[in-house]
Design a protein. Structure first.
Length: 135
């Protein structure tokens, strides 16, 4: 069972170490039992909290969608030519870039500062493990 230090958990949840400690004190996040070393968090517990945080940041509803990966963000820039548009978005700490038709970008009224939802449906998603985390 993987476990994480408070610092590691904070990094994975994109919050401060102090926030993780406050969540542990308030019962929102459960620390493992007393040990001789620093407090640790069970990986399953960390995944549960991460999922609940994602649910708190719900994106605006749509009539229907087949994609499950939807990220609320803001357009940071757009580059267009006569046929295509490159839309740069900041979705939390992630930069997302989309290529779409100029016509679609115009119909959506896309420009820097516009709130958007990046819906991602990929046929290939590469999953990697950081160096030192391999089984």
């Amino acid at each position: 069972m993987p476990t994480y230090a408070i610092r590691e958990a904070a990094e994975l949840l994109h919050v401060s170490d102090d926030t993780v400690r406050r969540w542990a004190e308030s019962g929102r996040l459960e620390l493992l039992g007393e040990t001789d070393g620093p407090n640790r968090i069970d990986g399953r517990e960390l995944a549960r909290v991460a999922a609940s945080l994602a649910a708190e940041g719900e994106v605006p509803p749509t009539a229907s969608a087949s994609s499950r990966n939807r990220f609320l963000g803001i357009v940071t820039g757009i580059t267009t030519d006569s046929v295509m548009a490159q839309v740069n978005m900041q979705c939390g700490r992630y930069r997302v870039v989309s290529l779409l038709s100029r016509e679609a970008a115009d119909e959506l009224g896309l420009e820097a500062g516009v709130r958007v939802v990046a819906s991602i449906k990929a046929t290939n998603v590469v999953v990697e493990r950081p160096v030192g985390d391999a089984p």
